[in-house]
Write a protein that binds this ligand. Structure first.
Ligand SMILES: *Cc1c(COP(=O)(O)O)cnc(C)c1O
Length: 373
């Protein structure tokens, strides 16, 4: 059994994907060819943003957005403590300081209450200037923008949605990657919309930000002349072949895959809800189920359950084994576990189960049988 069965998806879409790849090779337009522009147009329209700028990966997408806003030394960037490293690392690499925020244990997303506490703490200390909030749509569920956006407004902060795992989710029909001032996603193969390598995108409604993003992904070039460099940029483009792979995958994603993962989540929850803490999706929210993550009693029962599944040939993952405040790279910040009780609890108790649109009810039945045995 696969944790995320990319092979099953490929078999379903093979003729279109193969033809797309071959067409790029025939065209020899490997860099920023037509499929890239076509994908950008389609994704922007889908999420409901004016512009989509494709780039090399989800990490670069975050960095490019922060570069557009001139984020650097002395700036505080607030993000979740319980996420993939890039949500915070991209601030650090620009010389800014990530300020880590504890999560709500029911959704695993940034706690709006702790966000406000952390902003107040930074203001009181007076060493850093609060600039940006980077909420993460963890495991496919959009962060609590109903509460986060008013906090950003109150303190005059920008919001950069890290939608790497959230693509396809929504809040009352408003899609992930349309919240806040800019948003990003990742096309890493295991993400809700993944390619066959690395890829990412930034979304914005602002024409000037769109132009800056296009310049910054190509060495800070001027719009007209590739060899007229106006600022220091990156080399971060989405390969044309990856765009050609994403086009048919995006079609399947909107046509049925989002429904399929939600159906699979329902199969799990129906069987597991009486024995485990199953995922909470807030009223009015839709998850794209980047992960289906349950909570067990404690670290010992979680580890034992993972071993039991493994013995039965069922893969499972621990997303995430440590909070960012516990990472070696952030030891210098001296952040105590006591500041992040919910993150610490999550790291001890989470277990992510196989989840993808091509799962069959028999697969879920077998996994749950093992969990409940
Ligand atoms: C995967 C991921 C990223 C980074 O995306 P890459 O394409 O791997 O660089 C950023 N943030 C979150 C929350 C992610 O899950």
């Amino acid at each position: 059994m696969q944790f995320r069965d990319l092979g099953a998806q490929y078999q379903a879409l093979k003729p279109e994907i193969d033809a797309g790849i071959q067409a790029v090779i025939d065209s020899t337009a490997f860099i920023l060819g037509k499929p890239v522009t076509e994908l950008e147009t389609k994704l922007a329209e889908y999420v409901g943003r004016k512009h989509c700028v494709a780039c090399a990966n989800g990490t670069d997408a975050l960095q490019l957005a922060l570069m557009v806003w001139g984020i650097g030394p002395g700036d505080a960037v607030f993000t979740s403590d319980f996420t993939y490293f890039a949500s915070a690392g991209t601030s650090s690499i620009l010389g800014a300081t990530p300020v880590l925020v504890d999560i709500d244990l029911n959704t695993f997303n940034m706690s709006p209450d702790d966000l406000e506490r952390q902003i107040e703490r930074v203001l009181k200390e007076g060493k850093l200037t609060p600039k940006v909030i980077v909420p993460v749509d963890l495991f496919g569920q959009p962060a609590d923008y109903d509460r986060i956006l008013p906090i950003a407004e109150k303190y005059g902060l920008k919001v950069l949605e890290d939608g790497a795992q959230g693509f396809g989710g929504n809040i009352r029909g408003k899609l992930a990657c349309s919240f806040g001032d800019m948003s990003t996603t990742s096309f890493f193969p295991a993400k809700p919309l993944g390619c066959y390598g690395d890829g990412g995108a930034v979304f914005t409604d602002d024409d000037e930000e769109n132009a800056r993003l296009r310049s910054l992904r190509a060495q800070g070039k001027s719009p007209a002349d590739k060899y007229d460099n106006r600022e220091i940029g990156m080399n971060s483009r989405l390969d044309t072949i990856q765009a050609a792979i994403l086009l048919p995958k995006f079609k399947a994603f909107t046509a049925h895959e989002i429904d399929d993962v939600n159906r699979a989540a329902g199969w799990y929850t129906q069987r597991l809800k009486d024995r485990f803490v199953t995922p909470t999706v807030l009223p009015g929210f839709l998850s794209s189920w980047a992960q289906y993550t349950i909570l067990l009693e404690n670290r010992e029962t979680r580890d034992a359950m993972q071993a039991k599944l493994k013995a039965a040939g069922i893969p499972s993952m621990i997303y995430y084994p440590r909070g960012l405040h516990q990472q070696e790279a952030y030891k210098w910040m001296n952040l105590d576990d006591a500041m992040y009780p919910n993150t610490v609890e999550a790291t001890n108790r989470v277990l992510s189960l196989p989840m993808h649109p091509y799962m069959k009810e028999e697969d879920v039945e077998r996994i749950c049988g093992e969990l409940l045995r």
